[in-house]
Design a protein around this ligand. Structure first.
Ligand code: ADP
Ligand code: MG
Length: 487
């Protein structure tokens, strides 16, 4: 790997604000003199990612939770696959750990483009510097006591680049925003991570609220729906919870795949859905797979989900990717030439979130080193940071990917439990480890503390089942594609 170096003599010193985005610039100026280049880039990326996560949570979490528990958290550094996050005091620490840790881990991993865990550490209140978090106009559609949703400003239709890969989802979203409850109800959008599903949900809400500020919209992720539902059951506040979810004109549910396997939640979603649907209220759902792959025990819910428009989002082609980069650069006042954008769009693997992270890094390096954002710098960036993403995934990466799809945690997959769905997840993991890494049967067996014959059997069983079951084949090859996007 070649270190990034400024090249005296060759480098033109541009003024910082002309090449670095507004948000990035803030971070850079704050940290410029204190950190090494290596730290700068990672920390800049972490802070930018954290900022985006908080911006979204500000619109989604109840305002009192956000102010008290989420806003005061401070990301410190990324090390060995973990993000160190400081919490002001034990109470905040315990609350966040109990209620938001999983959600934060998922969101930060998504934003950073790599699976990351969060390590919470307690610091006393006065050690914590104020968090720089952009103030944001709040668009409230209902009184403070009721759920309200402030869509993220950046996620509008204006900033959404339309290409072949997302045309139908975009058209569906526009139609729903223009005439809620009239044309497509429900609208079900599905596609891989980081391809713009959440962006479209926010864009719908933003467009409606701009036209009708009092329109009542609930946006909830399925995970949060499940958590709040269970909590309401425990605290005997189920009526209030139902009022909150049902007394609305538009119901947006993100990451719907999280309800799979949670039977009580599925039932509650079903009733909420029916209640709203019968009254002609608009329902929009987004998930990482089509309804038929959600594995809902209750077939009725699946057919409800399919009753309107089901639209997919595919990974974008290079032209769309570079148009997204150019748009994003313009919004952040980053000076990006078309040829450089094309090059990055072609070379940087992964979803749009990864691509956006690459732009932040690009601007940060240019700013810190005082170099123009030219082709040479782009080439160095790709060599340094994005070549390794074509590395062979580790066993843990594979377990995580299987866990994401099956909702069975890696520890359970690795256990000796005999429940059918766990056995299947184990077979899929064995198959993928063998296919992707080519490890010996004995080495694979070590992961499960089982002998090599069990591994061979698991592999063969899955291979023969896949031969007869196209849906299973498609599920497995989807994980394979996710893990090896370059192939
Ligand atoms: P998902 O919900 O599908 O995981 P997001 O909606 O969070 O993905 O999108 C990830 C990032 O990529 C966001 O910052 C979003 O604005 C951006 N993005 C995705 N698709 C587009 C697009 N077509 N045009 C512009 N930005 C996009
Ligand atoms: Mg999303």
């Amino acid at each position: 790997m070649r270190p990034l170096q400024s090249q005296p003599g060759m480098c033109i010193l541009p003024s910082l604000p002309s090449i670095v985005g507004r948000r990035t610039l803030g971070f850079l100026l704050a940290m410029k003199d204190q950190l090494s280049l290596e730290d700068d880039i990672d920390t800049v990326q972490l802070r930018a990612a954290w900022d985006r996560v908080l911006t979204r949570l500000q619109g989604e979490a109840p305002p009192s939770w956000f102010e008290r528990f989420l806003k005061p958290l401070r990301p410190v550094e990324v090390r060995d696959g973990s993000v160190l996050v400081e919490c002001p005091g034990t109470f905040v620490h315990d609350w966040v750990k109990r209620k938001y840790l999983q959600s934060l881990e998922q969101r930060v991993s998504d934003e950073m483009g790599a699976p990351l865990q969060i390590e919470l550490t307690i610091v006393s209140r006065r050690d914590i510097e104020p968090v720089v978090h952009e103030a944001k106009p709040t668009v409230l559609s209902s009184p403070a006591s009721e759920p309200s949703f402030a869509p993220c400003d950046r996620y509008s239709f204006d900033t959404f680049v339309v290409g072949q890969s997302n045309r139908m989802a975009h058209a569906g979203a526009k139609a729903v925003a223009d005439q809620p409850g009239r044309l497509y109800n429900p609208l079900f959008i599905y596609g891989g991570s980081g391809l713009g599903k959440t962006h479209l949900l926010h864009a719908i809400a933003q467009s409606v609220l701009r036209r009708e500020p009092k329109f009542k919209i609930v946006y909830v992720t399925a995970q949060e729906f499940a958590e709040r539902f269970i909590e309401a059951l425990r605290g005997q506040r189920i009526e209030a919870f139902r009022r909150e979810q049902r007394n609305v004109q538009m119901w947006l549910v993100d990451d719907i795949q999280f309800i799979a396997g949670k039977d009580k939640t599925v039932e509650e979603v079903f009733h909420t859905f029916n209640h709203l649907y019968q009254q002609g209220k608009q329902i929009v759902l987004a998930g990482d797979r089509p309804p038929r792959e959600l594995h809902l025990v209750d077939e009725r819910l699946r057919s409800r989900f399919e009753a309107g428009l089901v639209a997919d989002i595919q990974p974008p082609d290079t032209e769309t990717r570079s148009a997204i980069l150019i748009n994003k650069a313009r919004a952040e006042s980053i000076d990006l030439e078309t040829s450089v954008a094309m090059y990055l769009a072609e070379q940087v693997p992964g979803n749009i979130r990864v691509l956006e992270g690459c732009l932040t890094k690009f601007a940060a390096i240019g700013g810190i080193e005082g170099r123009p954002l030219d082709f040479e710098l782009a080439r160095e960036l790709v060599e340094r940071y994005y070549r390794h993403t074509s590395r062979t995934p580790s066993c843990d990466d594979i377990f995580r990917a299987v866990a994401d799809l099956t909702q069975i945690p890696p520890e359970t997959i690795k256990s000796k439990k005999r429940k059918a769905e766990i056995v299947r997840a184990r077979q899929v993991s064995v198959y993928l480890i063998r296919e992707i890494r080519g490890d010996s049967w004995t080495t694979i067996g070590d992961q499960f503390e089982m002998d090599h014959t069990s591994m061979m059997y698991a592999y063969q069983k899955l291979t023969s089942d896949m031969a007869h079951d196209p849906e299973l084949r498609e599920r497995v090859s989807r994980i394979l594609r996710d893990l090896r996007p370059e192939q």
